[in-house]
Design a protein around this ligand. Sequence first.
Ligand SMILES: Cc1ncc(COP(=O)(O)O)c(C=O)c1O
Length: 389
Amino acid sequence: MFSSRLSFADDSNALSKARERRRTAGLPTLDLADANPATAGFGWSVLELGTLLRRDGIQRQDPDARGLTVARTAIADYYLARGTRLTPDRIFLSASTSEGYSWLFKLLCNPGDEILVPEPAYPLLEVIAALEGVTLRPYRLVQLAGEWVIDLASLTASRQTRAIVCINPSNPTGAFVSRRDRDILRNFALKNSLAVLCDEVFLDYPAEGVSSPGTWVGETQVALYVLSGLSKVAVAPQLKVGWIIVSGPTDTVQESCRRLEHIADAFLSVNTPAQLALPDLLRRAEPIRAAIRTRVSENQQILKDWVVSSGHACTVLPRPAGWMAILGLPPGVSEERLLLNALDEGVWAHPGYFYGLSSNSPSVILSLLPKSSEFSEGLSGLDRALRRT
Ligand SMILES: Cc1ncc(COP(=O)(O)O)c(C=O)c1O
């Protein structure tokens, strides 16, 4: 009776089963994978949010497939403050970045078509692609002299390939898409008639002292769709607003917008109160983002100190941006064994393979958002787990 789009729903691995057993047994687990800012104490107060959401106009539905002009103008201002001028008619609001991806897959792909995706990366697209009947073909990002760069040998397209995704900066590596890699992607896309999808949800979280290449919005040569949203930009995932910015040659932009409007109009998924609050949310979000940047940088230092003092031969990979750390494990350690031991110690984290990191260099991915006392407590649990591995 059911569609095969959901065949992934039957998968479950030893780690998630073990976690479920703990949950059922009522045992507490300290979650070092938790990247929800609210759990870590970041976000808006009820008073602030209540005031922003209670405005004239919330009682009405003024449908505009692209999103309310007032919200799109504020997003154009957000990019202007980052050095790129664009007109609001190239902006489409959606309920989230994830929904933006699904609209772009609908725009660009027929069932059975293919999208190139970076590996390692946050495992978000497998499910969205499966739901859209699209296949993912990975291309590898590799470390060269401490930087993540595209492995050119892995960048191949077939006749079914329609688009290439890049993440600027990536989750979990935190690497920005460098100017060199933008040139590679642009040339590859032009040569193979592909569109480029650039996910910039973590753009505003560069680590201290790292110079960001900035947004890719404003590209003129290749069809480019930049995705972002309030979830990370304004630390408000609960408000459910994302956006797509269309760039590229004028005729492609016009045709993309015309077609995207049909998709957006079929759903009209963005709620009015959040759209009306969006200009103030964007204007006032920086202190919350700054507090997050401080927390992740403090936890990164705690992690580095722990690596030195623990004597486990672990490494902390450089983190140019973002909220996550990659902890390199001693060679030969099994990620799964270690994390099952960690669960026995009451600590949950994600294995590197979950993000497509190579198992030749085993690793664990840690969220740097938790309160520093909890983060340290979690590291103590990992320490005990490593001693048992
Ligand atoms: C790189 C990346 N893109 C997109 C998303 C999802 O964003 P949204 O909450 O807007 O759907 C995530 C979630 O963490 C992410 O890591």
